[in-house]
Design a protein around this ligand. Structure first.
Ligand code: NAP
Ligand code: ZN
Length: 352
């Protein structure tokens, strides 16, 4: 299969609004899968990347790493997928596959740096990668996920990033029946953390700034909601969690949250990438509490999460948008006005 001429939406410079961008996907290698993108989730990381918040963006850049697609072509050595299959692609499209971390199925922490769906460079040609806000994609077989048949395709996309990024720490810290889990920030990652932790049997508390989200949090499976500005509520909740998953997408302080951990509890930052406000070690020392972080998840664990969601009937809460509504969606995400993930119907790009 030759190169595929495709269209996507790209930012042409730092912080620019996204506009149409015509480009080519590589000709199929032996182990490549070519696909037509059906749905693309909108992650806050897409917005961070457009703005170059992390200092590694290039332009033009096509964001998108929560991808549901249909296979339209396969390389000669592909065995796992055939034309017509539905596949998922997340943040990872390649890794060295040779280091101890890759052998441990933790390609997200590949010693030779994983290749991201965008903000990455192809390991063979060194060309910049471009993400899922586009009609077509070419990804090596090992980095495609099988979408269980019972999962609603139009809602499954956010599992590929928001789902795995919250599932992975829940598994790392052995969350199950009896675990007391709190989730800070009820957005894309946060609402998945609630659903997944509840399905794993944990008692779940949402910590939100937004009183208007209380009813939703309970519907999503939370047992309790704390409003972070309510000092009395926060004080009463001290020493009551084993694990806190912090999804706040900006620099912030941890002082209000660390005392909420019980002895030996862990607060996992999955939201902010970069500096945080200064912290006091008092609550860490006095309760042997820990601060940790966690990046997405490996391919094996992502498949496990997809199968778990299919088995438990878990799907993200999605608001479907057209591709040309993406800039408005970014603005709304910035205002925390999304319940709880925008998903782009890529068919809306057909007539551009
Ligand atoms: P999102 O949908 O915008 O949700 C973030 C939520 O955090 C908001 O809904 C809001 O919830 C709360 N919030 C927003 N701004 C805040 C602020 N300034 N202070 C306190 N709370 C605030 O974002 P997302 O897609 O879930 O992504 C969250 C973060 O995770 C982003 O920074 C993203 O880059 C990062 N991320 C990391 C990984 C990883 O591998 N670790 C993977 C994917 C994404 P309330 O209204 O309930 O307060
Ligand atoms: Zn993401």
């Amino acid at each position: 299969m030759n190169t595929i001429k495709t269209i996507g939406y790209a930012a042409y410079s730092r912080g620019a609004t996204l506009t149409p961008y015509v480009f080519e996907r590589r000709a199929l290698r032996d182990n490549d899968v070519a696909m037509e993108v059906l749905y693309s989730g909108v992650c806050h990381s897409d917005l961070h990347t457009v703005r170059d918040d992390w200092g590694w963006s290039y332009y033009p850049i096509v964001p998108g790493h929560e991808i549901i697609a249909k296979v339209i072509g396969i390389g000669s050595k592909v065995t796992k997928y055939k034309i017509g299959d539905h596949v998922g692609v997340g943040c990872l499209v390649d890794s060295c596959m040779e280091c101890d971390q890759c052998h441990r199925d933790e390609e997200q922490m590949c010693r030779n740096q994983p290749t991201y769906s965008y903000s990455g460079f192809d390991r063979i040609t060194n060309e910049p990668t471009q993400g899922g806000y586009s009609k077509h994609l070419v990804v090596r077989e090992e980095f495609c996920l099988r979408i269980p048949e019972t999962l609603d395709l139009s809602k499954a996309a956010p599992l590929l990033c928001a789902g795995i990024t919250t599932y992975s720490p829940l598994r790392t810290w052995n969350v199950g029946p009896g675990s007391r889990v709190a989730v800070i920030g009820l957005g894309g990652l946060g609402h998945m953390a609630v659903k997944l932790a509840a399905a794993l049997g944990a008692e779940v508390t949402v910590i939100s700034r937004t009183a208007a989200k209380v009813a939703d949090a309970l519907d999503l499976g939370a047992d309790k909601v704390l409003i972070s500005s309510n000092e009395k509520e926060m004080l009463n909740a001290e020493n009551s969690f084993d694990l806190i998953i912090d999804t706040i997408p900006a620099k912030h302080g941890l002082d209000p949250y660390l005392p909420l951990l019980d002895i030996d509890g862990t607060l996992v930052i999955v939201g902010q990438v970069g500096p945080m406000d200064e912290i006091s070690t008092f609550p860490l020392l006095l309760g042997r509490r820990r601060i940790a972080s966690s990046p997405i998840g490996g391919i094996r664990e992502t498949q496990e999460m997809l199968d778990f969601c299919a088995k438990k009937g878990i799907v993200p809460e999605c608001e479907m948008i057209r591709m040309d509504q993406i800039n408005e969606a970014f603005e709304r995400m910035e205002q925390a006005d999304v319940r709880y993930r925008f998903v782009i119907d890529m068919a809306s790009l057909a007539h551009e």
